[in-house]
Design a protein around this ligand. Structure first.
Ligand SMILES: CC(C)(COP(=O)(O)OP(=O)(O)OC[C@H]1O[C@@H](n2cnc3c(N)ncnc32)[C@H](O)[C@@H]1OP(=O)(O)O)[C@@H](O)C(=O)NCCC(=O)NCCS
Length: 209
C-alpha cells in the first residue's frame, strides 16, 4: 500500500538549544495588531486578519532596516494549512503561515523570526510545532537552522486520509497536535512516495482563515 508524502512536521520544546545564527543587523521582531499593515503584508482581507486575531493567534512581523519584511503566526487555539485546521491546547503553540516578502528572501530572516518568536513565547508555552510542504526546501532549511527537530511525516494514504507517520525524535512525535487530531500511522519508508503537487507552490496556497 503506497502513501504519498506531503509534508513534514517539527518541534521545539522549552529548554532546547537555539543554535546561533549568522548575525542579521537591524533585524527586529514585533507582535503586531495593526490590521491594515497585516492585511497589506498578507494579501488577505481585513476580516480574515481580524478573525485570526480574535481566535487566540498572535501575529509577528519581521522588520529589517525598519521595513516590514516577513511575518508568521503563533496559534494557541487552532492552526492550519489551506482549508484544514486542527486544535492546539496548552502547553502547546502552533506556528503557521510564515512568509518572507520575495525581495528579502535568502538573508536569514525566517530562522531569525522563528527564534525571536520562541524567545518571546517560551514563558507562556512549552512545546512549539510547525511544518513545511515536502518540496519546500527554503522552509526546511530555515526551520532546521532555527533549531527545530523533525517529528512526523504527513502522508496521504491510499484511502485519501491524512495521517502522521512518526520519524526522527519519536519520544516527541506522538504529542504532535496535528497527529492527535488526524491520527498516526506506522508506515515503512519503502511504502512512501513523494506527493505530486503539480505546479501549485506554497505562495499559491490560499489560507482559509
Ligand atoms: C520559506 C521562506 C519563509 C524562507 O524565508 P527566508 O527569510 O528567505 O529564509 P532564509 O533566508 O533562511 O533562506 C532559506 C533558504 O531559501 C533559499 N534561498 C536563498 N536565497 C533565496 C532567494 N533569493 N529566494 C528564494 N529562496 C532563497 C536557500 O535555500 C536558503 O537556505 P540556505 O541559505 O541555507 O541556502 C520564504 O522562502 C517564503 O516566504 N516562501 C514562500 C512562503 C512559504 O513557503 N512559507 C513557508 C511555509 S512552511
Amino acid at each position: 500500500m503506497t502513501h504519498s508524502l506531503m509534508a513534514m512536521t517539527y518541534t521545539w520544546w522549552r529548554g532546547d538549544d537555539l543554535p546561533s545564527l549568522p548575525p542579521l543587523p537591524d533585524f527586529r521582531c514585533e507582535r503586531v495588531v495593526d490590521v491594515p499593515l497585516l492585511t497589506k503584508l498578507h494579501n488577505l482581507t481585513p476580516k480574515k486578519i481580524e478573525a485570526r486575531l480574535e481566535d487566540e493567534n498572535t501575529a509577528y512581523v519581521a522588520f529589517l532596516e525598519n521595513q516590514p519584511t516577513g511575518y508568521g503566526w503563533c496559534g494557541a487555539k487552532s492552526v492550519g494549512v489551506a482549508d484544514i485546521f486542527w486544535p492546539i491546547t496548552p502547553p502547546n503553540r502552533g506556528l503557521w503561515d510564515f512568509a518572507t516578502l520575495p525581495a528579502w528572501r535568502g538573508r536569514g530572516i525566517y530562522p531569525h523570526l522563528l527564534q525571536a518568536i520562541l524567545r518571546q513565547e517560551q514563558n507562556d508555552a512549552e512545546k512549539f510545532w510547525l511544518g513545511h510542504r515536502v518540496d519546500n526546501m527554503a522552509s526546511k532549511r530555515g526551520i532546521e537552522k532555527a533549531g527545530f527537530q523533525l517529528v512526523n511525516f504527513v502522508v496521504l494514504t491510499s484511502e485519501q486520509q491524512i495521517r502522521l507517520v512518526p520519524r526522527g525524535n519519536l519520544a516527541r512525535s506522538y504529542e504532535d497536535p496535528q497527529g492527535l487530531s488526524m491520527g498516526f500511522a506506522d508506515v515503512a519508508d519503502e511504502d512512501i512516495v513523494a506527493f505530486d503537487f503539480g505546479s501549485l507552490s506554497d505562495d499559491d496556497l490560499q489560507l482559509a482563515s
